[in-house]
Design a protein around this ligand. Sequence first.
Ligand code: 1OR
Length: 282
Amino acid sequence: SVSAESMAPSANQDFVKLVIPKSQAQAERIKVSIGNNFLFRNLDEEQYLDVVNAMSEKRVPNQTTVIEQGGVGDYFYVVESGTLDCFIGEAKVTNYEAGGSFGELALMYNAPRAATIVTTSDSVLWALDRITFRTILMENTSRKRRMYEIFLSEVVLLKSLESYEQHKIADALESVYFEDGQEVVKQGDIGDQFYIIESGEAIVLKTNTDGVQHQVNQLERGSYFGELALLNDSPRAATVVAHGRLKCATLGKKAFTRLLGPVLDILKRNSENYHAIINQQS
Ligand code: 1OR
């Protein structure tokens, strides 16, 4: 029964594993589909196999409602191919393509479906039943969302985002540590990561045309860096060095583009201030 389920089922809880037989080709397609999905990271071999075994293939024609807002949550979905739109009421709030996933909320919180999801082209989806989702994937997901929740709510850049958008960012974040003096990014390098400082301080250094390195900024908890190279597809514009022990939450380029879309204008506007800072200092 629903009431007997806890929010975070214990790892050793008995559950009858669901096995839906698959061809080698299907297993291979699942692997590709979930390969870039953060919710499936950190599964051990057995958990991974349990997930693949339990998935069922759904071929869904264009313009099919896969999830209806207000409905009961039965499956979590991963997109192998095709495209889908997500609506809350009449408003389109997001869309999905290969590698994306949706439908976790109703399963996590025993809540009605929060949104409606409709295919906008013929699509192939992999559906994971609620019990396998709750037993294997949910613990990781909710732990990570909780872990970053307070931090993300304090990051000025992300304040304007809905809490669900912050949760999606939490899914994608990974924390990395740097020792005092360690270079996090290096001027001139190609960049593929975006950083938000969780704790500690960092110093921003820029080598100008005169060949001399100047300190141009100092960053603390809640500040971010590394966005310019991703925004402009340009080499790193400055070097960032840890000042004392530094902990950063990082997003890869793809996640950055996809998840920070709503604050792109703020990022661009803020980056225009860099010139002002540099001109002040020189
Ligand atoms: P679900 O099981 O409730 C609908 O089924 C799914 O739509 C939901 O899980 C999410 O996976 C997905 N708020 C709630 N659910 C959303 C949202 C969303 N976007 C996608 N889903 N918001 C839009 C954020 C861009 C927040 C609006 C306030």
